[in-house]
Design a protein around this ligand. Sequence first.
Ligand SMILES: [Mn+2]
Length: 268
Amino acid sequence: MPNFDGLPTLLGVPFDEASSFQRGPAAAPPAIRAALRTDASNMWSESLVDIGAPGMFGDAGDADLTGDPRAAITAAVARVMARGGRPVVLGGDHAITWPVVRAVRAHHPRLSILHFDAHNDLYDHFEGDRGSHACPFARIMEEGLADELVQVGIRAMTGHQRDQADRFGVDVIDMRRWTSGVRPTLQHSVYISLDLDALDPAFAPGVSHREPGGLSVREVLSVLQDLRVPIVGADLVEYNPLRDLDGVTANVAGKLLKEMLAAMQVVR
Ligand SMILES: [Mn+2]
């Protein structure tokens, strides 16, 4: 088995069984990998890191989800980390983040999470399902898996989720605060969870829950490029190829992944 030696390391998680509205994200990992390597662009980041050069990132393939899928996800991420990789998980729906962060937390006694999303994903349960893709950050905070949670792009909050955010001490930078100029500041090494529906559907229509009034690609890139804390892991979730238009959203996902991999080179 190759040693990933500190490299950001891709891990596909083809899971969408916790989606409340539409399936499809299980087909995302190969589409995002293909978009990263598209011949329509080069592999250089905007900061002039050649992600296509040998040894810039690893790839652990896709997780085997037979049996209990959540246990399998945690185990797959733990294997990547045991081999020295920093996991960059390609979802899959957002339910995967809870089992992913369980494995990440085992290596990081101090951990911030930066969460891009239209939705807080803080429901105690959604239609009776506590493992729903609407709930992962409630589970993460209940289990004490993060010392800090900062959410960006939020624009579909509910009263229940406002209460949950207050209960867990979540810093919610909703789109109104964002527009007034508030930007995330992070205390610790960070795990990034990027739901593509944080982007406005004009930029990323290939998601199950299109919520108007969101972030531009440029705005998400600027947050990634301006981070000043080490990135210990990340996920890119909720790409739904069945909802995409001419691969527009896959292209965005590939670009975001490239810049994420570049940002992970800067601070080791
Ligand atoms: Mn979302």
